[in-house]
Design a protein around this ligand. Structure first.
Ligand code: SF4
Length: 339
């Protein structure tokens, strides 16, 4: 049986006056129901563009898309606008980073969630409202009977995010895409939201794509992790393997620059040198080479030859010229002591 979601060689390119921006350039991954994939990377790595492509939200823009996004064997890049609209909400839904811009300021939370139900289900307003109040309660909004008639601006940031999660889940979507859903929230609310998503996943059996720059969030919630750099996947693994044997110098950089509360040592964090590349003018060869501290260990010119994504360990792929055994040695001797 084919996986529930298969993304095959997805490319999202934007033609501009200065050249083509290759925001996503040949991305392939699978996701089963009930599982969570964490997509990680810095700003501009292509992770959010990927989620918008799956949702069909580049339609009508200048973006050129190719490849396949198969959801239950149906290619979302090829379905009609009408079919896509009927799938959104019921089959796939998205939680955006900023709930204030994703919700309409002139309508109450209740009106917006009720409409989301009535687009897909032939139910009375009264029945839909009952379902909305129930959902608001389930996502942890106190006094849902009263809150249902309030406007987005009357909710705190955390409550608005919960309401948006409720809106995304109100039709029990089979695929939920969450784009940095906790970035704007304080840590205690972040933890509550992650717990909530986990609970709702076990209740509805949804597949979740969690887009984040935070490896801590991935460790907490994901089954698999895909690391993006310069529009490409540079490491793709089961989460345990990715954290115990990370296999790409960029992933090492993400890990050594991550603050950890469980460390008493006052070691300084080691940020990755330099800045993420411009997608319109990617460095030749391995796009990470201008920032890579390990390129001298590669047997060929990293600034000339593009590395392929190859299997290093079972269900663990990465894209680097350094031989796998040498990378394992570098990780054990140089990186692991700093973690
Ligand atoms: Fe670093 Fe070269 Fe590997 Fe790229 S291919 S990550 S530059 S060692």
């Amino acid at each position: 049986m084919s996986p529930f979601l298969q993304v095959n060689n997805l490319k999202v390119h934007f033609p501009t006056d200065d050249g083509v921006v290759k925001a996503v350039d040949g991305l392939t991954f699978n996701l089963e129901k009930g599982k969570t994939l964490g997509i990680v990377g810095e700003s501009g790595s292509g992770k959010s563009v990927t989620s918008l492509a799956i949702m069909g939200l580049h339609r009508g823009s200048r973006a050129r898309l190719s490849g396949e996004v198969l959801l239950d064997d149906r290619d979302l890049l090829k379905v009609s606008d009408e079919e896509l609209r009927s799938l959104r909400g019921r089959k796939l839904a998205m939680i955006f980073q900023d709930p204030l811009s994703a919700m309409h300021p002139y309508y109450t939370i209740g009106q917006q969630l009720t409409e989301a139900i009535q687009v897909h289900e032939d139910v009375s307003k009264k029945a839909a409202r009952t379902k909305v109040i129930d959902m608001l309660g389930r996502v942890g909004i106190p006094n849902p009977n009263k809150r249902v008639d309030q406007y987005p601006h009357e909710f705190s940031g955390g409550m608005r995010q919960r309401a948006m999660i409720g809106m995304a889940l109100i039709n029990d979507p089979e695929l939920l895409i969450a784009d940095e859903p906790t970035t704007a929230l304080d840590v205690t609310v972040q933890a509550q939201i992650l717990d909530l998503m986990r609970d709702l996943q076990s209740e509805f059996g949804s597949a979740i794509i969690m887009i984040t720059h935070d490896l801590g969030v991935v460790a907490e919630i994901a089954d698999d992790v895909l690391v993006m750099y310069g529009g490409k996947c540079i490491e793709y693994a089961e989460v345990d393997s990715a954290f115990h044997q990370p296999d790409h110098p960029y992933t090492w950089g993400l890990l050594t620059s991550m603050p950890r509360l469980d460390r008493l040592k006052l070691d300084r964090l080691l940020p990755i040198a330099g800045n993420p590349p411009s997608l319109i003018n990617l460095p030749p060869g391995c796009a990470f080479h201008p920032r890579c501290a390990f390129r001298d260990s590669a047997p060929c010119a990293c600034d000339e030859v593009v590395p392929e994504l190859l299997e290093s360990y079972p269900k663990h792929d990465s894209r680097c010229h350094i031989p796998v055994a040498k990378r394992a040695e570098l990780f054990a001797n140089v990186i692991a002591p700093r973690l």
